[in-house]
Design a protein around this ligand. Structure first.
Ligand SMILES: [Zn+2]
Length: 411
């Protein structure tokens, strides 16, 4: 295939991806309904519900605008060969392939983040603010950004260096070795997320003794969940949205509850939410999820190994010679339809798991308490009650609220 043909395919994929997404968003907005379903009529007041519809409309339109601009910039850069131009500029300054790739992606990441910064600011301080979600102060916003840059730079440059090193050193067989590194990395993040990464952004305090703590411990003992510690996280620092999760792959599990979750749920509802999370563990979703993501990683790396050494790919991006980083970028675009399909399969699997975890919570603890927690969470986050089925199929990792309530009541 010639470089020109590849360029057309790259542009075609970029535009097609945007078109499919816009179509789904449009269908989803058209599916909005202003009536309130009986199941949750007691929780949603009319005004709040209409507010949630407006929130979705505003957010969708804003996202469409930003991603539309993003596509325009990407297509313009592809068409003009700007990526190759950046590569040509860097070459006289840096002569080592690893440093070259680091500088190249560093510049791209910085420029793209600076371009989207005003949009992120607007989404947080105007849209989220308008609907009363936002609690982030400009100071938190800026320090989050800086910590994010630093973390991204450390992790990103570490992985990228290893990848380029292995490509140069081993050739197309690099994918097996890098796959092993990636697997270890994913495992590491899973094991130490709560102890190493989360504390960089949030304060975690142990849940004090009391009714809630003993209720959780009684439940954990009953179902044989290896509970290590329960933490409360200051989620209220950023947003009124609430959540709960646990982390740790081995024998010791840490549960993290958002302070926002604790403040407006009863003890029964909180234990029911945790029972759902424990269900994911008991039904082996966590470990299967890990295995599936490993299969995905190795598959992706294998395809990459067939493309990383092509001179045509670099030329398609305007490069005057072969460069691993140009090929990585082209690969990212070429692979996106495939990752779209695998993502869709993962969502299907994830929605099935959510039903199973709900059923576990119903059997081991209480269906009504979970249902009531789900309703409250849905009201608090103003989540969409009538998403379009096509949109759910492509994007939802969880079934819709009404689907989950139906399953809880009927089975
Ligand atoms: Zn779940």
């Amino acid at each position: 295939m010639t470089a020109d043909q590849i360029l057309y395919i790259l542009i075609g994929i970029t535009v097609a991806g945007y078109t499919v997404n816009t179509l789904l968003e449009w269908l989803n907005l058209r599916a909005q309904r202003r009536d309130i379903p009986d199941e949750i009529a007691a929780f949603y007041d009319r005004e709040k519900y209409h507010k949630s519809l407006d929130y979705h409309r505003d957010l969708t339109r804003f996202d469409q605008l930003t991603s539309g601009l993003g596509v325009l910039v990407s297509v313009a850069m592809l068409w003009s060969g700007a990526f190759g131009y950046v590569d040509d500029l860097l070459r006289p300054l840096v002569d080592n392939a690893i440093m070259l790739a680091l500088c190249f992606f560093g510049i791209l990441a910085l420029v793209s983040d600076l371009l989207t910064l005003p949009f992120q600011w607007y989404a947080t301080f105007v849209i989220e603010e308008r609907y009363g979600f936002n609690k982030t102060t400009p100071k938190t916003f800026v320090t989050d950004k800086l910590k994010g840059y630093l973390l991204g730079a450390i992790i990103g440059s570490g992985l990228l260096s290893a990848l380029i090193y292995l490509m140069e050193r081993i050739g197309p067989g690099f994918w097996i070795w890098f796959g092993i590194i990636a697997a270890a990395f994913i495992l590491f993040i899973n094991l130490f997320y709560t102890t190493l990464i989360l504390p960089l952004f949030n304060r975690l305090t142990p849940l004090p003794d009391g009714e809630l703590k003993s209720a959780i411990e009684v439940f954990a003992r009953k179902v044989g969940f290896p509970l290590d510690n329960i933490f409360v996280m200051d989620g209220s620092k950023r947003s009124k949205k609430a959540n709960a999760f646990f982390s740790g792959i081995g024998r010791k599990k840490k549960i993290v509850l958002y302070d926002t979750l604790i403040s407006n749920h009863t003890t029964e509802e909180l234990v029911a939410v945790l029972a759902h999370e424990v269900g994911h563990f008991k039904k082996r979703h966590i470990i299967f999820g890990y295995v599936l993501s490993l299969i995905q990683v190795f598959f992706t790396l294998f395809i990459l190994s067939r493309m990383a050494f092509s001179t045509e790919l670099s030329a398609a991006l305007g490069g005057s010679q072969h460069a691993f980083h140009l090929n990585l970028l082209a690969f990212g675009i070429l692979f996106s339809p495939i990752s779209g399909v695998t993502g869709l399969l993962m969502s299907l699997y994830s929605r099935r798991n959510e039903y199973e975890a709900d059923a576990f919570a119903r059997e081991t603890y209480s269906g009504p308490a979970l249902a009531s927690a789900l309703k409250k969470l849905s009201v608090d986050t103003l989540s969409n009650l009538y998403p379009h089925p096509a949109y759910v199929f492509f994007h939802y990792s969880h079934p819709t609220l009404l689907q989950r309530l139906n399953a809880l009541n009927n089975v």
